[in-house]
Design a protein around this ligand. Structure first.
Ligand code: C5P
Length: 397
């Protein structure tokens, strides 16, 4: 089998004290089998020397856009060769530059001329981090598809404590590595639902399920990282959609159902992660109901089962369901899988899953059960997507 070529990472270092961690980051990335080209701003050279980075990366460091050795085109060329650009640390100043598209040194020019994804690992004093200008710039970058890793909370070099520490080299290397996986889902289209639905009672009240959407959003990101085209039909959540994912916002189960019906013809895999409300109010009131001492009775109608509908389509995509149960997980999950006719169902315990950043999963399929031990939701989502990709390919062949 032909060996895949190593991935090329362009690591940009800007001028903050966290730059000392970048040396370790280079070592970690090289140990993972990647090629690393370092580019440094002038300010970063006050914190760590290019000689150190050159020795670790085994390549000359890009320092100036006026370097003539490539007819002054190094800033374009190095960016074009990269599979990924990572800025670690990214200072408040450099973030502001990126947000405004400035290109007044080698690194910012490289970023502007790139045609690959850009990841940044912010590092700065907590006041600089929470300043509206920095937050405005970060929001702009998120909108532009830039992915932001961290920062973490804790002790800062200035002696203060708060948000703004750069993630540790090991954590950054893991995140970068995850984004450089082979595109095993290239050309595969995935449609997924996530979050709760909201069923109006009147103009201000409603019925909903407890669901943060974190698991579904993490799965959307993991699917994207493996090269899939991803459409996310989301219920109301307080999350930013992962970059590169086509997101359709919905509120009620019926709206979610309509969006799924519109898109399902163009998908190969359907994953129902949403906690769809089982019932809706028969006659929601347009105006706010006035409180009284009388008993209020609401008539509830059953909502459509989106996943069961998709799984029963004549040319159904590969369907994956979720089951959150508060007891008898294995029994209920397997029953649900057979009822809805699904090749794969992912079970989790509602108590440990809802709202939390961590979870643990059990996969149920024709072969039996397969546990995914407790981990943060993104780690689980990445493992789950590998499992789904594997089963999808097996079924196709
Ligand atoms: O609610 P229930 O436990 O049946 O959910 C199991 C699976 O079915 C989940 O994947 C959920 O997203 C999906 N579902 C759905 N439409 C519903 C109810 C559940 O798509 N109305």
């Amino acid at each position: 089998m032909k060996q895949a070529r190593p991935k090329r990472i362009l690591l940009g270092i800007t001028g903050g004290i966290a730059a000392y961690k970048s040396a370790e980051l280079v070592r970690q990335l090289i140990r993972q089998g990647h090629e690393v080209q370092v580019a440094m701003t002038e300010a970063s050279c006050h914190f760590i020397t290019p000689t150190t980075l050159q020795a670790l990366s085994k390549r000359p460091v890009l320092l100036s856009q006026w370097d003539d050795s490539e007819h002054g085109m190094a800033h374009i060329q190095r960016g074009r060769e990269a599979d990924l650009i990572v800025i670690a640390p990214a200072t408040a100043d450099f973030i502001a530059k990126l947000a405004h598209g400035l290109a007044d040194d080698a690194l910012s020019t490289l970023c502007l001329a790139r045609n690959c994804p850009l990841l940044i690992a912010p590092a700065m004093n907590r006041e600089m981090w929470s300043h509206p200008a920095t937050q405005r710039n970060l929001a702009q970058l998120r909108n532009d598809g830039v992915q932001i890793l961290g920062p973490a909370e804790g002790d800062q070099a200035c002696g203060e404590t708060g948000m703004g520490r750069m993630l540790e080299a090991v954590e950054l290397a893991q995140e970068i590595h995850a984004r450089l996986q082979p595109d095993i889902l290239q050309g595969v289209r995935i449609l997924l639902t996530a979050g709760p639905t909201y069923e109006a009672i009147d103009a201000v009240r409603g019925i909903t399920n407890r669901s943060s959407g974190k698991m579904g959003y993490a799965i959307a990101q993991a699917a994207r990282e493996l090269g899939a085209g991803v459409t996310l039909v989301s219920g109301p959540v307080a999350l930013t959609p992962p970059s590169g994912v086509n997101t359709i916002n919905t509120t009620s189960a019926n709206e979610m159902f309509e969006a799924v019906k519109q898109k399902v013809g163009q998908c190969d895999i359907f994953i129902g992660v949403a906690a769809v409300a089982d019932y809706r109010v028969a006659q929601p009131s347009e105006h706010k109901l006035k409180k009284s001492d009388e008993t209020l009775t609401l008539e509830l109608l059953p909502n459509p089962d989106i996943l069961a509908h998709v799984a029963a389509l004549p040319n159904a995509p590969f369907c994956v369901g979720f089951a959150a149960e508060s007891q008898h997980l294995a029994e209920y999950a397997e029953k649900k899988r057979l009822q809805k006719n699904l090749p794969l169902l992912v079970g989790n315990l509602a108590q440990s899953a809802i709202g939390s950043d961590e979870n643990e999963l059990i996969l149920f399929d024709d072969a039996g059960q397969y546990p995914l031990p407790r981990a943060d939701k993104l780690t689980l989502a990445r493992e789950l997507m590998r499992q789904i990709a594997h089963r999808f390919r097996e079924r196709k062949t």
